[in-house]
Design a protein around this ligand. Sequence first.
Ligand code: HPA
Length: 278
Amino acid sequence: MNAVYEKLLKCYDSFEKKISFRPELALILGSGLGDYADTMDVKEVLDYRELDGFPVSTVLGHKGRFVFGYAGGVPIVAMQGRVHYYEGYPVQDVVLPTRLMKLMGAKTLFLTNAAGGINRTFNCGDFMMITDHISSFVPSPLIGANIDELGVRFPDMSEIYSKRLRNIIRNAATDERIPLREGVYVQTTGPNYESPAEIRMYSALGADAVGMSTAVEAMAARHAGMEICGISCISNLAAGISQNPLTHAEVQETADRVAPLFKRLVTRAITDISAANK
Ligand code: HPA
């Protein structure tokens, strides 16, 4: 059997033995949203370490566990601490958790992250709903033998971030009176931030925000037939747009500052998405 699929099934096996909760939506928590679980009605928790062969995140401030419970009344699994490509894992491992959440029963994937603002109209602390992404600077997570059980060899990517979900989220933000930008996310490998010349290039290519996650997860989820949406917290202005050197502390600080608003937006969006699916 395909080694990547075999590892996934092994993780699913440990999950199934330990957890009875079945989520309808999967939420990946980015910087600043790490404590989102505090707002959830938590039913069960599964440490990544309890899953055989599961990649364990090493970034400071990232916990490593799945939290199962209700957000806005909706059964969800939240990933507290994601796995990044720059940590040195093969990209197939980076997307293993996403695929696992699909096997757990989640039909929708809600991605969040902190990102640098490239679009010059963006301000620090803004939220940007992701309309599309540029993944050309990271390897595709679908490289290697195709996992036919999950999806087709050559999956369509013409609507990665569901237009239907985007409409729901836009309305949710309006109702909550939370300003919401929209734009294209470009994923880099990291861990270094970009040079100003790279940011000018990404801008010319049509990117509005830059970060070190999300696109590969979205591709794996799309391949597996999940419906996807995503929101970036613009935690800093990208290199060359910002007058100051970039630091992880700044990213964390901004993300933490706007976290209460971000949580409210995410919870409302989850409730509305679930209601629309009924
Ligand atoms: N660049 C890349 N990744 C990021 C940034 C950035 O400016 N901010 C938060 N994540």
